[in-house]
Ligand binder design. Structure first.
Ligand code: SF4
Length: 72
């Protein structure tokens, strides 16, 4: 699976970084970096990333189901 981030919608609240810091990172100005932009997540990060998408208060993160990721 992948996560698509809507950077226009993101307000920098940071809940995604708390849930999945390997995937999402905010800089000091509150701008989001998505470390897996445009590519599938490793299987071991999928649950955390789903949790991050679920808690985003402005629904800026969308889960996209793709082919199964290889187990890591
Ligand atoms: S939780 Fe949502 S609004 Fe907050 S930084 Fe992450 S994507 Fe942006």
């Amino acid at each position: 699976m992948r996560i698509e981030a809507d950077y226009d919608r993101c307000e920098g609240h940071g809940q995604c970084e708390e849930r999945a810091p390997e995937v999402f990172e905010l800089d000091d100005d509150g701008y989001l970096t998505h470390h897996y932009e445009g590519r599938d997540l490793p299987a071991g990060l999928e649950d955390a990333a789903r949790g991050a998408a679920a808690v985003c208060p402005v629904a800026a993160l969308r889960v996209v189901e793709t082919s199964p990721a290889p187990r890591t």
